[in-house]
Design a binder for this molecule. Structure first.
Ligand code: PGA
Length: 253
């Protein structure tokens, strides 16, 4: 049975008080959902809010993620936040390789290899993001782009490490644009990703792998995307900043 996950990526939004209020509202609204053990709700607030959000959320199916972490374990790296620090304040997940970090902070596969090792060393779950730009899809290169992103980072892991990874497919042209991939486009890429993982790590790993779709998921389109065979949930940006719409999306699982 694959884990179904809806993860809310708040990005650099909300003041501390707004974030706490949002987390509390999500926690209250998810009370009736917490009996379904195959569904996980993940909240990824900014670093500064994480401790407060951990305190505000007591439903057993709510888990907390960071949006990033450092490449190194500790030391003289001013301004960085390590995986170990995140683990010790209650984080269970870390989003890695989001397209905004790839585009604005030059996160390439070399950097992501280091980060994923830090996250796995702390026994946290990386949510590894991949996805093509619009020009890459238009030129028919989208499968190769995604395959390269995956092989350059995830193929360095052992089978056991790979078993704790979650992949998020997020076509860059769908992020924050209001344009969603069609359900066919999402299913096609998710099936392709599962096949790559099967070829490298075997069916026993790929069968259990949760692959999330991200990019303009809203309450209105979540259900048809989540119904696809290889879609195991979503990574939600804009619509996760409102408790009602976020929980509506969770209910679409
Ligand atoms: P969006 O963002 O839902 O606002 O498109 C998704 C993401 O960046 O993870």
């Amino acid at each position: 049975m694959r884990k179904k996950i809806v993860a809310g990526n708040w990005k650099m939004n909300t003041t501390f008080n707004e974030g706490i209020k949002l987390a509390k509202a999500i926690n209250d609204l998810s009370e009736n959902l917490s009996n379904d053990e195959t569904v996980e709700i993940v909240i990824a607030p900014p670093f500064t809010h994480i401790s407060g959000v951990v305190k505000e959320t007591n439903q057993k199916n709510i888990h907390i993620a960071a949006q990033n972490c450092a490449t190194e374990k500790n030391g003289a790296f001013t301004g960085e936040v390590s995986a170990e620090m995140l683990k010790t304040i209650g984080c269970q997940y870390v989003i890695l390789g989001h397209s905004e970090r790839r585009a604005y902070y030059n996160e390439n596969s070399e950097v992501l290899n280091k980060k994923i090792n830090q996250v796995l060393a702390e026994h946290m779950i990386p949510i590894f993001c991949c996805g093509e730009q619009l020009a890459e899809r238009n030129s028919g290169n989208h499968f190769k782009v995604v395959a390269d992103q995956i092989s350059e980072v995830l193929f360095n892991l052992t089978e056991t490490q790979m078993e704790s990874v979650v992949i998020a497919y997020e076509p860059v042209w769908a992020i924050g644009t209001g344009v969603t991939a069609s359900k066919e486009q999402a299913q096609e890429m998710h099936a392709y990703i599962r096949k790559i993982i099967t070829d490298k790590f075997g069916l026993s790993v790929s069968d259990k792998l949760s692959i999330l779709y991200g990019g303009s998921v809203k309450p209105a389109n979540a259900k048809e995307i989540f119904e696809q065979l290889d879609v195991d949930g979503g990574l939600i940006g804009g619509a996760s900043l409102e408790a009602d719409s976020f929980i509506e999306i969770v209910k679409s699982l």
